[in-house]
Design a protein around this ligand. Structure first.
Ligand code: GTP
Ligand code: MN
Ligand code: MN
Ligand code: MN
Ligand code: MN
Ligand code: MN
Length: 194
């Protein structure tokens, strides 16, 4: 494991730490932009109340709920659908090195069917209790390159915490983009946040 990373068990052993869980929900798609540019995958992020991009999820209290139950509860609040999350969806756990090392950030990823992702987008805007409050809207990550930008422009926005790095890690980890395409997008993105 890379430095700073904790196993799920090590992270839970830190009893005076706070915990937050977030998840990348995604699917494959055959759809094309303008009928010609393959979209390939729909990856859901959100515009948060503070104007930063992040993943759905939030604070979990392990003395009251498991990490995965707490993440599902946060998803119900933020996207309005029950999405079961299991230990198999766990990607990594790290202390928040920037602001508070006693906050442990747990990250998950779950591949879904396209129809389920579309259902989440519909309910996020209509039934989620946090919509218009903590969550300003769900957004998709453009993985392609267009004349004006695409992924490089998306990566130039401001992200909460390590969300940008979590996105980049998962793109490579799950083979959602080629390393060359990602390197190119990074080389022309204006990274004000890591
Ligand atoms: P409240 O209901 O207002 O407490 O918010 P919440 O429970 O939904 O918590 P939130 O999603 O804001 O996450 C809690 C903390 O985790 C934040 O204060 C950030 O420090 C951090 N955080 C939020 N989103 C992300 C994310 O996508 N990635 C990472 N790495 N950290 C995040
Ligand atoms: Mn148009
Ligand atoms: Mn929340
Ligand atoms: Mn919360
Ligand atoms: Mn949240
Ligand atoms: Mn809340």
């Amino acid at each position: 494991m890379a430095s700073g990373q904790l196993s799920r068990a090590e992270a839970l052993a830190c009893t005076n730490c706070r915990h937050a869980c977030h998840v990348m929900l995604y699917c494959d798609t055959q759809n094309k932009l303008f009928g010609e540019i393959p979209i390939k995958h729909i990856i859901l992020m959100q515009m948060r109340f503070d104007g930063l991009l992040g993943f759905p999820g939030g604070f979990v209290n392990p003395s009251e709920e498991s990490l995965e139950e707490g993440l599902s509860r946060e998803l119900l609040e933020e996207i309005g659908v029950v999405v079961p999350i299991s230990v198999e969806n766990h990607v990594q756990s790290c202390p928040d090195e920037d602001v508070d090392t006693r906050l442990i950030l747990h990250f998950y990823a779950k591949k879904m069917k396209e129809e389920q992702i579309l259902e989440i987008e519909r309910s996020a805007a209509s039934t989620a209790i946090d919509h218009g409050h903590e969550v300003l809207g769900m957004v998709r990550v453009p993985l392609y390159r267009t004349e004006g930008g695409g992924l490089s422009s998306f990566l130039s926005h401001s992200f909460i915490g390590t969300a940008r790095q979590q996105l980049l890690d998962c793109l490579l980890r799950f083979g959602l983009i080629s390393p060359q395409t990602l390197c190119h997008a990074l080389s022309i993105s204006v990274a004000t946040h890591k």
